[in-house]
Design a protein around this ligand. Structure first.
Ligand code: HEC
Ligand code: HEC
Length: 306
C-alpha cells in the first residue's frame, strides 16, 4: 500500500517545464479516471493533448451518421459500444453495404497501442481516423465534404468553439476530436486486475489454473503480455495462411507475410468472432487452434507448438 501511495504522489506532484515540453502529463488536463490495471499515463501526441471538451465532441462525431458517404453509417455502426466496440460479424460491412475483408477490432485501450489496424498501417490514431472517414469501405466521405456537411449544423460550431476556442470546422480538428474520444475509451478493473492487485478471491480456481497455463506451458504470454495482454508486435500464427499477407502489405518484407498485430485480450469475451478474418467463432475454437500449434506454414512463429 505504501508503494502505491508513493506512486500516486509522484504523479500528482507539480509538473516541471521539461515534462510539459515532452507532452508527458496529458492525464492532468482531463478528469478521466484510469481503471485498475492500466498505466495512469495515457499517451497522446503533443499536438493533440486530451481534453474533456475534445473527447465530448469526438463522441458526437463517432455516433453521427452524417459523417458517411451514404448518410447512414457511423463509426459506431461497426464499433458498437454494447459489443465492446465491435459488430459481431465475421468481416465488417460499411458504407453502401460494402463488405470489408477484416474483422472489426475493439477501440478500447487503443490509446496505449503502438500502431492501428491489424497490419499496423496507421502510425497514430489521428492517421487511423483520417483513413476511416475517407476509406471506401468504412465511411467513404472525403474530408472536405465531411467538414462542409457538418458545418451546416450550428450546434457543431458551438462544440468546436468549446473544444478549440474557435468555431471553425476543419478536417484536422475533426480528426483530433475523434482520436481523443477513442483515446478516452478505457477498459480495466477486471477480475484479473483485481487478482493481480492482491484480491485473492477475485478469480475462480479454474481461472487461476488457466492463468498458470497461459503464463507457462501454453506460452500465450509470449505475445499476449503487459497491461493490454498484447506485445503490440506482429506475429504469424498461421490463421488462414495464404489469404491475407497482413504486415507484408506495409513493409513488403517476405518475413512479414502472414504476420498480424497481436490483439489485446481485454473484453475478448464480448468480441466474437475472432482473428483478423473472424474465422474462429468462439474462444473454444481459438484454444483448439493453439492446441494444434496454430496454422502450419513456413513463416509460423516459433512460439507456436502443439
Ligand atoms: C465498416 C465498418 C467500420 C467503420 C464504419 C469504422 N471502422 Fe474502425 N475498423 C474497422 C475494421 C474492419 C478495422 C480493422 C481493419 C484492418 O485492420 O485492416 C478497424 C480498425 C479501427 C481501429 C484500429 C484498432 C486496432 O486494434 O488497431 C480504430 C481505432 C478504429 N477502427 C476506429 C474507428 C473510427 C474512429 C471510425 C469512424 C471515424 C471507424 N473506426 C469506422 C471497421 C470499421
Ligand atoms: C506468437 C505470438 C502468439 C502466441 C504465442 C499466442 N498468440 Fe494469440 N494471437 C496472436 C496473434 C498475432 C493473433 C491474431 C492472429 C490473426 O488474426 O491472424 C492472436 C489472436 C488471439 C485471439 C483472438 C483475439 C481477437 O480479438 O480476435 C485470442 C483469443 C488469442 N490469440 C488467445 C491466445 C491464447 C489463449 C494463447 C495461448 C494458447 C495465444 N493466444 C498465444 C499472437 C499470439
Amino acid at each position: 500500500m505504501r508503494i502505491l501511495v508513493f506512486a500516486v504522489a509522484v504523479w500528482l506532484s507539480p509538473v516541471s517545464a521539461a515534462t510539459i515540453a515532452r507532452g508527458a502529463p496529458t492525464s492532468e488536463r482531463h478528469d478521466l479516471v484510469v481503471p485498475l490495471g492500466l498505466d495512469l499515463y495515457i499517451p497522446a501526441p503533443i499536438s493533440n493533448p486530451i481534453t474533456g471538451a475534445k473527447a465530448e465532441l469526438g463522441r458526437r462525431l463517432f455516433f453521427d451518421r452524417r459523417l458517411s458517404g451514404d448518410g447512414r453509417t457511423s463509426c459506431a455502426t461497426c464499433h458498437q459500444p454494447e459489443r465492446s466496440f465491435t459488430d459481431g460479424r465475421q468481416v465488417s460491412r460499411g458504407v453502401f453495404g460494402r463488405e470489408g475483408r477484416r474483422n472489426v477490432p475493439s477501440i478500447l485501450n487503443r490509446a496505449y497501442g503502438s500502431t492501428a489496424f491489424w497490419d499496423g498501417r496507421a502510425a497514430s490514431l489521428e492517421e487511423q481516423v483520417r483513413l476511416a472517414v475517407a476509406g471506401a469501405i468504412d465511411l467513404g466521405l472525403p474530408m472536405d465534404q465531411a467538414v462542409e456537411r457538418l458545418a451546416l449544423d450550428m450546434s457543431y460550431a458551438e462544440a468546436f468553439e468549446t473544444a478549440y476556442g474557435e468555431n471553425r470546422l476543419t478536417p484536422e480538428r475533426l480528426v483530433r476530436a475523434i482520436a481523443t474520444f477513442v483515446r478516452t475509451q478505457l477498459s480495466g478493473n477486471s477480475a484479473y486486475d483485481r487478482f493481480i492487485n492482491g484480491e485473492r478471491t477475485a478469480m475462480s480456481p479454474e481461472a487461476r489454473r488457466g492463468m498458470a497455463l497461459f503464463m507457462g506451458t501454453a506460452r500465450c504470454a509470449r505475445c499476449h503480455s503487459g497491461p493490454l495482454l498484447s506485445d503490440e508486435e506482429f506475429h504469424n500464427t498461421g490463421v488462414s495462411w495464404g489469404k491475407d499477407a497482413g504486415r507484408y502489405w506495409v513493409t513488403a518484407s517476405p518475413a512479414d507475410r502472414g504476420r498480424f498485430k497481436t490483439p489485446s485480450l481485454r473484453n475478448v469475451v464480448a468480441t466474437a468472432p475472432y482473428m483478423h478474418d473472424g474465422s474462429l467463432a468462439d474462444l473454444d475454437a481459438v484454444v483448439r487452434f493453439y492446441e494444434g500449434g496454430g496454422g502450419a506454414n513456413p513463416n509460423r512463429d516459433e512460439d507456436l507448438r502443439p
